[in-house]
Design a protein around this ligand. Structure first.
Ligand code: GLN
Length: 194
């Protein structure tokens, strides 16, 4: 069945997520104001700059309604900066930077990999090998008991899930491989309906 998948479109790489959603037969819906949250089956938070997104979430009035929706079970998928926004705690964030505390992970900004700026690598995931693009990626420094690790690189978690929240430190939307979005819709979004 066709799902309405919201994509936080305040800043960052939201357009590439939208094309995957269309390719998978669902409807992307850009989210810029609280009104755009109505009728969504799920929400995606893209990569970009998490401190800027945090400011825009506050100024647009979206922070509180999104937090309430996630607590209420809205399936939510964050990639890179989106993962930082969903974390319980941010290390090396801007002092005024907020996060949703939606998944029990601590993330350190701009800290993953030996080449901090950008690198590509194969990741082991529950869906098999996945090509990961890391751009000033957050490192997951701690994972709470309720968090499932679904993907690792060099033994470190890079794809994690806790109930309705999925988060990746890389950019699955930049490689032309929609399996992770498919997993999100088939496993996280559909589970919610059962
Ligand atoms: N370093 C960015 C941040 O802190 C995230 C980078 C990305 O999304 N590619 O928000």
């Amino acid at each position: 069945m066709n799902k309405q998948i919201g994509i936080l479109a305040l800043q960052g790489a939201f357009a590439s997520h939208a094309s995957y959603i269309t390719e998978l037969g669902h409807s992307p819906q850009e989210v810029r104001t609280p009104r755009d949250l109505g009728g969504l089956d799920a929400l995606i938070m893209p990569g970009g700059e998490s401190s800027t997104m945090s400011q825009l979430l506050e100024s647009s009035g979206l922070f509180e309604p999104i937090q309430a929706a996630i607590v209420g079970g809205l399936p939510t998928f964050g990639t890179c900066a989106g993962m930082i926004l969903l974390a319980r705690e941010i290390v090396d964030g801007r002092l005024d930077q907020c996060c949703f505390d939606a998944i029990d992970i601590t993330v350190r900004r701009n800290a993953f990999g030996r080449q901090i700026d950008s690198f590509e690598a194969d990741i082991d995931t529950v869906m098999g090998d996945f090509h990961g693009v890391f751009i000033r990626a957050p490192r997951i420094e701690s994972v709470g008991e309720k968090v499932e690790v679904l993907g690792t690189y060099g033994g470190e978690p890079v794809l994690v899930r806790q109930a309705n929240v999925l988060a990746a430190s890389f950019h699955p939307e930049l490689t032309g491989d929609a399996r992770l979005h498919e997993y999100f819709i088939n496993s996280v979004v559909t589970t919610k309906e059962k």
